[in-house]
Design a protein around this ligand. Structure first.
Ligand SMILES: Nc1nc2c(ncn2[C@@H]2O[C@H](COP(=O)(O)OP(=O)(O)OP(=O)(O)O)[C@@H](O)[C@H]2O)c(=O)[nH]1
Ligand SMILES: [Mg+2]
Length: 497
């Protein structure tokens, strides 16, 4: 993966200082450099059966994670790029037992290692999709009153967890939190708990995205999007302090289309359904029960398979498309189903916002780790060398983004209170590199944006010097400089590498 500019700068620092440092300090710095070059690591969290593994398969573009059954749905599973397909069961003591994928290309149902000994599953795949994305599937959080199941707690908080498993989890730079229908108080609590483990390693966890899954279940087979859009927006407002956005999706349609699961026989069955007399078709497609139990020229087995692949909404959608255009090519049908899954918006969010943020998150994580390494260095000369190098780097204007993320995090977690409008302004400044979006002025030319940024800078300074508490003032000074730098950037006075 091409590292972003901030993490490249930190990697450069590691390279320049590394060879001048002593033994264990040098190794630790080298390790930071290695981690900086690794793909964006995204953990998928959420309730039991919310569709986490389905989403993982859609992201990877292959159906590898078991959904519904199998002991591995209760385990942490990491999917990363490798030169061969392999499933390693990693024991808590760090030893590994390798398995091939099973005959259907999935993680085997039986792992032949006692459950209590397993730390996590490490899956390497030759999928190109994983070249710049590592995905961590996590066990479902309990749906009862307890916000986090004992099972998950054991993985997430257990101190005797081996360093590898702890690293696999807490090293996540981004978290996708999957929920369905309504956001409940314990969802928010669980998300907070999940974020707190990631904050142990990454210093700026403004990195969570909400995924509103199974929106096809909203409208009983009808078009769910008119309901899903506004509902997702309402949820985004409720979760404003926990996630940066809520994206509605139909994970099942994304998995089926991205993993190429619809066969020619499936499409033929859909075409046959489209050819049925309208009245008969309408009754058959009215409910899952009617669809599986009524007499129909398509075998029951095939109908059940279609339900597993598309569920009732997906079948209705495909059949309607084929009624409209009986000659629609199979490839086009699959493309339309993919678009209907809402997945393109999720991909776009991951590819743009997350990748951009991950550069800052990674650089922030690496710098705070380097600071710790410096504090623990045995030789005073090493301590000096590292601290000087860090200090010089963070003085560069582009590294102000790290400070912005830090203060935005203080505000979004409620540690520092700000008036709502200022909180929104600061969060936008920290989370985006699009001046028009930050300033809420789409389509406005650069000189006007520069003026608006300067005005914002003045407002923040005025707030800092009059009326703000000391904690608010510290945040306001960082925001002031951020808007000031933005105005300079818009005038072409500051060049970002
Ligand atoms: N209708 C519909 N079903 C879905 C969707 N996403 C997932 N499912 C189904 O929901 C069930 C559970 O999906 P999984 O992906 O196994 O859920 P999970 O969150 O990984 O479950 P656990 O790991 O056991 O907690 C499966 O039968 C999926 O096919 C969706 O968008 N729509
Ligand atoms: Mg699962």
């Amino acid at each position: 993966m091409v590292a972003g500019p901030l993490s490249s700068g930190v990697a450069g620092l590691c390279a320049e200082t590394g060879h001048r440092l002593g033994g264990s300090t040098r190794a630790a710095v080298e390790d930071v450099r290695r981690r900086l070059g690794q793909p964006l690591r995204v953990a998928i969290a959420g309730r039991l059966k919310s569709g986490k593994s389905t989403l993982v398969n859609a992201l990877i573009g292959r159906r590898v994670a078991q959904t519904e059954v199998g002991e591995c749905t209760r385990l942490v599973t990491q999917f990363r790029y490798g030169t061969a397909d392999r499933v390693d069961v990693v024991r808590r003591d760090g030893t590994r037992v390798s398995h091939p994928l099973d005959e259907s290309g999935m993680i085997p149902q039986r792992l032949n290692v006692p459950r209590g000994e397993i730390g996590y599953i490490d899956v390497t795949l030759t999928s190109d999709r994983l070249r710049d994305l590592t995905v961590v599937d996590t066990p479902g959080l309990s749906s009862t009153n307890a916000p986090i199941s004992d099972e998950t707690k054991r993985f997430l908080f257990d101190d005797d967890l081996d360093p590898d498993s702890a690293g696999a989890l807490s090293g996540a730079e981004a978290i996708i939190y999957v929920f369905t229908q309504s956001v409940r108080a314990d969802d928010v609590e669980a998300l907070e708990a999940f974020r707190s483990i990631s904050s142990r390693l990454s210093s700026n966890p403004i990195n969570s995205l909400g995924l509103f899954n199974k929106v096809d279940k909203l409208a009983g087979g009808g078009d769910p999007w008119p309901v899903a859009g506004p509902l997702a927006e309402a949820q985004a407002r409720i979760l404003r302090r926990a996630v940066s956005d809520v994206v509605p999706v139909i994970g099942l349609l994304a998995e089926t289309t991205e993993a190429g699961r619809l066969t020619a026989a499936d499409c033929e069955a859909l075409r046959e359904l489209a050819r049925l007399p309208e009245a008969e078709r309408a009754v058959l497609l009215a409910s899952v029960d009617l669809f599986t139990s009524r007499d129909c020229p398509i075998s029951r087995e095939q109908r059940e398979r279609l339900l597993r692949l598309l569920d009732l909404y997906g079948i209705n959608f495909a059949v309607a498309a084929l009624v409209d255009e009986p000659n629609l090519a199979t490839g086009d049908l699959v493309r339309r189903l993919f678009l209907a899954s809402g997945f393109p918006r999720l991909r776009e969010t991951l590819d743009q916002a997350f990748r951009w943020r991950s550069d800052a998150i990674k650089a922030g994580w690496a710098l705070s780790t380097l600071e710790k390494i410096a504090n623990h260095a045995e030789r005073p000369a090493d301590r000096e060398l590292l601290r000087d190098a860090i200090e010089r780097l963070i003085q560069r204007p582009e590294y102000h983004r790290l400070k912005l993320l830090e203060v935005a995090q203080l505000v979004s977690t409620g540690a520092v209170d700000l008036p709502e409008q200022m909180e929104i302004e600061l969060t936008r400044l920290a989370l985006s590199n699009d001046p028009a979006w930050i300033l809420g002025m789409p389509g406005v030319p650069a000189p006007q944006l520069a003026k608006a940024a300067l005005d914002a800078a003045s407002r923040w300074r005025a707030f800092a010097v009059a009326g703000a508490s000391p904690a608010q003032a510290r945040v306001a000074h960082v925001a002031h400089r951020g808007f000031y730098l933005l105005s300079q950037q818009l005038r072409g006075q500051v060049r970002y590498t």
